[in-house]
Design a protein around this ligand. Structure first.
Ligand code: PMV
Length: 348
């Protein structure tokens, strides 16, 4: 099938890891050194439309990039690199000119990484083109390959294709798990349905150390082997907790994973700290509130200073009250984003 002209539009959400991916295998192909598992989010997402026209010249990639409807030259090298990376798996890419128009639902440079949702949204559009060229591909192949392509853009992006919980990285606990793409884990207990994630924006500045550099510092890291082994153990533990609905033990494990991620950063060479004083203030306030009120609420962290506050929807009002009264003062310009567990990417 040859396609003259087509256009698609997909939204893809961000995700927050519960067991963290930190470190890649050395072959340069975005293979994780350990398995990870995440909640897919609902409100923080990237919406990307692609208009495709066939072209005569077939030697080079050709695309225009718009961000919120306006040309955005400085994002182009990232997309060019992504296209080069996935080209061996998508040989049709040079036959078309692409106009890519992308926007995020969350504020630009809010410190929320848009690479996961952004790469997932582009990957979905490319797979829509592939499906138009090759209508016989199965739905399973369509989603698995979307995740595979997103992974080549940004590792954790492969967990942004599906919901509500996605695992990436081969492990003995989750059947069909793979280093190459994310797989949906759907056996979660109702205690985790509509789980909330309120993201406190502590620091919106550029990261001091990129995650690419951070992943690389796990090579020759003194604790790397123990950490990778621990991640496998923690996948087994968290899967059991997600299935049984044990929110208390789930929260201990999630907080331990967040602090372990940052401990790896603090013990690499060179070492670095991405948390800010307000990150620690918030963590201490959450612990105090949890001790005093027995409310199930915990934190997790990404590779940055922002704090994700996780809790069941049954205590939403109480926790939001606590956040407004006691935590908003630690956020930059009082900013926070209310999100929750979501279903993955969507064709618009
Ligand atoms: O997808 P990357 O290469 O930006 O790495 C993200 C790593 C963490 O966000 C820190 C953890 C994770 O599993 O998402």
């Amino acid at each position: 099938n040859s396609i003259e002209k087509a256009s698609f539009s997909w939204s893809a959400p961000s995700n927050i890891a519960l067991v963290k991916y930190w470190g890649k295998k050395e072959n340069g192909d975005q293979i994780p050194a350990n398995p990870s598992i995440s909640f897919t989010l609902k409100n923080c997402k990237t919406i990307t439309s692609v208009a495709i026209t066939s072209k005569d010249e077939k030697e080079n990639f050709s695309f225009d990039l718009l961000f919120e409807g306006k040309p955005k030259e400085d994002f182009k090298p990232k997309i060019q690199k992504f296209l080069e990376r996935i080209y061996p798996y998508c040989p049709y890419l040079k036959e078309y000119h692409f106009v890519i128009d992308t926007q995020n639902t969350f504020p630009h440079s809010s410190g929320i990484a848009s690479s996961a949702s952004g790469m997932a949204a582009i990957a979905m559009n490319i797979m829509s083109l592939e499906k138009a060229i090759q209508p016989e591909i199965s739905e399973e192949y369509f989603y698995a390959k979307s995740s595979f392509l997103a992974r080549l853009g940004s590792g954790s992006a492969c967990r942004s294709i599906k919901g509500n919980v996605v695992a990436w990285g081969e492990n003995v606990t989750i059947k069909n798990s793979s280093d190459l793409f994310g797989v949906e884990f759907d056996a979660i207990h109702s205690n985790f349905h509509n789980f909330q994630d309120t993201i406190l924006l502590v620091d919106k500045g550029e990261k001091q150390v990129s995650s690419t550099v951070g992943h690389n510092l796990m090579h020759n890291h003194p604790f790397a082997e123990q950490r990778f082994e621990q991640a496998h153990d923690n996948i087994a533990k968290i899967v059991a907790l997600l299935e049984s609905g044990n929110v208390t033990d789930f929260m201990s494990l999630v907080e331990s994973e967040a602090l372990t991620l940052h401990a790896m950063m603090m013990t690499s060479m060179p070492y670095f700290i991405l948390m800010k004083p307000n990150t620690l203030e918030i963590i201490n306030k959450i612990w105090k509130f949890r001790n005093e009120t027995q409310t199930p609420v915990c934190f997790t962290l990404d590779a940055g200073a922002n704090v994700h506050v996780l809790y069941p929807s049954s205590v939403k009002e109480k926790v939001l009250q606590f956040i407004q009264n006691e935590l908003v003062g630690y956020c930059q310009n009082g900013q926070y984003i209310c999100d929750e567990i979501g279903n993955g990417s969507q064709l618009l």
